[in-house]
Ligand binder design. Structure first.
Ligand code: BES
Ligand code: ZN
Length: 623
């Protein structure tokens, strides 16, 4: 196992060096974990602190910045940073002397290595640079794409390896540093980071930030917009555009309760405040766990607080991921699987077991479908410990890491009992806080501190982690609240097309509706028409319901004008990849690829680079 892994690293090091640098011998010293997605060589020189001074220019769509890195003791004669489309102006040491540096050849996925010669005793280096107008992490949003349509908006998305497109950094989840920043923006706008944050505007447009806890680079984040703050609890609050901030404070009213539930489960929250910012709808993810300030899509503003589990999820990352961090993107399931487990535990604590089991059950069904899809083409990608060598780590963002990971942890809980599992997890988070974790070390801790050999055999740890597919002992969530929903769906699919009585559907939350629609995925055009007459799904304001509804309609050969119009409106406005991919796929399945491409050509410029990359592949268009 270990040998094979070292070999994998060697192969990658060779690819990473194709840019004419001389190939380095891979060291056998595993005390510093190698990361196949970063050019940096922390065993030679490692950073420990960043001072970032920046000016955001909305006209040119660039950031002018100086990144001053303090190196940890023991640096050798060269330090290497990851960069991607940065224009480096100068590199100097603390005395202002120019340092010799070299940029390797550009790789479309990994960018360029910035290699800097270090004269003896150099402690600090300052890199002056400008970002590119096409920097992949940066989304420059035009006023029309914001809610209030007056000011532009900028936000970053650094995970997994996009931090290097806006800050030269050692872009590996295993390398942590503290940071301070000074950011200058248009005086009409507020700037926020994954750090201590202002709650109101500064008339000079200059903001200071401090992140005293060490974080990995993928948690670097910045948002700039016409933003306002509203508190939710003593340590929690929301930022959003003026017309959204009250809605958001209502929707996320339970944030403080969630925070307290999380602390009661797995120990004290380590990051000071926990706030959330609502971004423009082009944000490619549901949420991103930037420390102290979760970034969230506005598509979870359902009006009825029904999509709050996303907040529980991002909050849970404050332990799983931000505190104990996956060593490389091959261990991504450690971040996401633990977080889904923790998310369900928070939801259970705040809303009850019934409710959390409903969410777990939806995840379970999604997992079965995704595993099915993968098993025919890429069975290796259904392993928890995935091998992403030479690939974009984005390829690992699948239901495997999230939901297979969750099922594995739940099986452990059910095997050893909740009490023992919770004790284990609590001490796991405290004793590994601010450190990296890889799959093998986690399994070692599991064996040492939790499971007996008999329990291990019962669980089948090796098969779960290194095997493909879903093991037959996977737990099945208790979907009692869905029994009546499933029966209602079945009656409608039967010859008589019976719809459930209004008294029944009145009590349904988003989740029952989603289950109902999932069970009707094979409904024919005639039934779809009846459903829309009865429930007006096409007009729904709930993004989850709309996405599910569009999917089942667009895969038909015959699509109503109303649905087609809604699809275009939704796809042009919303950039959340989780909705885009299945919606465009459904159009392809229904034989509407030309229409899909037509909509995509209108929508593409408003999407974030990570969504564009996925959809360019899907729709085979470079437009
Ligand atoms: N950290 C992820 C988002 C992410 C993963 C971005 C990998 C880039 C690379 C975040 O915590 C997440 O999982 N978001 C989910 C939310 C969810 C499962 C509730 C999303 O965006 O859908
Ligand atoms: Zn997550």
């Amino acid at each position: 196992m270990r040998k094979a892994w070292i070999l994998g690293v060697a192969v990658l090091a060779a690819t990473a060096c194709k840019q004419g640098e001389e190939a380095e011998k891979v060291t056998e010293d595993m005390s510093v974990l190698s990361d196949m997605h970063s050019y940096s060589k922390p065993e030679q020189a490692k950073v420990e602190h960043l001072d970032w001074k920046a000016e955001v220019d909305f006209n040119e769509k660039v950031i002018y910045a100086t990144a001053t890195w303090t190196l940890a003791d023991g640096a050798k004669d060269r330090v290497i940073f990851d960069t991607h489309d940065l224009n480096i102006e100068s590199v100097v040491d603390e005395a202002g002397n120019n340092l010799v540096f070299d940029l390797s050849e550009r790789d479309e996925t990994f960018g360029q290595a910035l290699s800097i010669e270090l004269p003896e005793n150099t402690r600090q280096i300052s890199i002056k640079y400008v970002t590119s107008a096409t920097a992949k992490a940066l989304q420059w949003t035009a006023p029309e794409q914001t809610e209030d349509k007056i000011h532009p908006f900028l936000y970053t998305q650094s995970q997994a390896i996009l931090a290097r497109t806006w800050i030269p950094c050692q872009d590996s989840p295993g390398i942590r540093f503290t940071y301070k920043a000074e950011v200058k923006v248009d005086p009409a706008l507020l700037a926020l980071m994954s750090a201590s944050n202002p709650q109101s505007i500064n008339p000079e447009g200059v903001y200071q930030f401090d992140m005293p806890q060490p974080i990995p680079s993928y948690l670097l984040a910045l948002a700039v917009g016409d933003l306002y703050f509203k508190p939710v609890g003593p340590k929690t609050g929301v930022y959003a555009e003026g017309s959204v901030v009250d809605t958001a404070a209502y929707e996320f009213a339970d944030m403080q309760k969630m925070l307290e539930a999380a602390e009661a489960l797995y120990g004290e929250y380590q990051w000071g405040r926990y706030d959330l910012i609502v971004l423009p709808p082009s944000f490619p993810f549901g949420g991103m766990e930037n420390p102290r300030l979760t970034f969230a899509t506005p598509t979870i503003l359902a009006g009825d607080r029904s999509l709050g589990s996303l907040v529980a999820h991002e909050l849970a990352h404050s332990w799983s991921g931000n505190l104990v961090t996956n060593a490389t993107w091959n261990d991504f399931w450690l971040n996401e699987g633990f977080t889904v487990y923790f998310e369900h535990r928070i939801m259970e604590a705040v809303y009850g077991r019934d409710y959390s089991e409903m969410l777990a059950s939806l995840g379970h069904e999604g997992l079965l479908t995704e595993i099915d899809d993968f098993m025919s083409e890429n069975p290796d990608d259904t392993k928890l410990k995935i091998d992403l060598t030479g690939r974009n780590p984005d390829d690992g963002v699948t239901a495997i890491a999230y939901d297979k990971g969750y099922h594995f942890l739940r099986l452990i809980e059910e095997t050893v009992g909740r009490e023992r599992f919770d004790l284990f997890l609590k001490s796991y988070f405290s004793s590994n806080a601010f450190q990296v974790m890889d799959t093998e070390r986690f399994l070692g801790l599991l064996r040492k501190n939790l499971v007996s050999p008999e329990e291990e055999a019962q669980i089948g740890i090796e098969e779960w982690v290194y095997g493909t597919g879903l093991p037959s002992n996977a737990p099945v969530p208790d979907a009692s609240r869905f029994i009546a929903v499933d029966a209602a769906a079945q009656s409608f699919l039967d010859a008589a097309k019976l719809l459930p009585p209004a008294e029944q559907t009145e009590g349904w939350s988003t989740h029952e509706w989603l289950r109902f629609l999932a069970k009707l995925s094979e409904a024919d055009v005639e039934r779809l028409k009846i459903l829309d007459q009865q429930y007006a799904f096409t007009e729904s304001n709930n993004s989850e319901v709309v996405a599910a509804w569009l999917g089942m309609n667009l895969k038909q050969t015959e699509v109503s004008t109303a649905v087609d119009k809604k699809a275009e409106e939704f796809l042009v406005r919303v950039g959340r990849r989780k909705f885009l991919t299945p919606t465009y796929k459904a159009m392809i399945e229904g034989g509407h690829i030309d229409r899909a491409r037509e909509i995509y050509s209108k929508a593409r410029s408003g999407y974030h680079a990570v969504a564009r990359e996925t959809l360019d592949k899907l729709l085979e268009s470079e437009a």
